[in-house]
Design a protein around this ligand. Sequence first.
Ligand SMILES: [Zn+2]
Ligand SMILES: [Zn+2]
Length: 206
Amino acid sequence: MNHRKDKKKTEGPRITFVTQYGPLSRQINMILRKTIGSKVSRSLVQKEDIQSNTFLGTKNTGMYQCLNCTQCKHVIRGKTFVHPDTGESVQIRGYHTCLSQFVVYLIVCPCGKIYVGETVKKVKSHISQHKSTIKPGNLALPCFRPFKEHGHTVDQLRFMVLETIPPLKRGGDGEQRLKQREVWWINKLNSLHPHGLNKVYDLYLL
Ligand SMILES: [Zn+2]
Ligand SMILES: [Zn+2]
């Protein structure tokens, strides 16, 4: 018999990413291994989640309008996101506006489907870029097809920042960490096709 619990507290760089949600876990793990590999450890991300959460407490969390940009009208405001399909309520950690960058965000289609994305840019610039691909007649490389495919208009677009992942001060690939959190949120919100608007091939575009 061994009652030692020290194994639990050991924080090594080789803790593997284990998804807990839904039947797509194996698929997501495979994608994760192919795109990110073992460079990003989950323990690191978890530790930072806890730190930022403690630092900010429960005050001043959520998504808000910057009140000074053309994307403000598209913002889903609040401290929680309610999944339009499942009704599940997700607490938003951190404080985010249209000006936040290095973010994982979501876009909700008027038909209730979710798209999860990430950007290193200010989210308002990224959303603006999405909008330009929705406009009729635009033949530029589409980064956001669903609205066009569903016949929605740009005005119906709603977005929310789920998490901000600032780059590490010393080294580290900010984009890879973002990508990892994006996959986590895709899994959490079940936004992979056909339930949602994320497609597997999007995850390979690093
Ligand atoms: Zn704004
Ligand atoms: Zn739609």
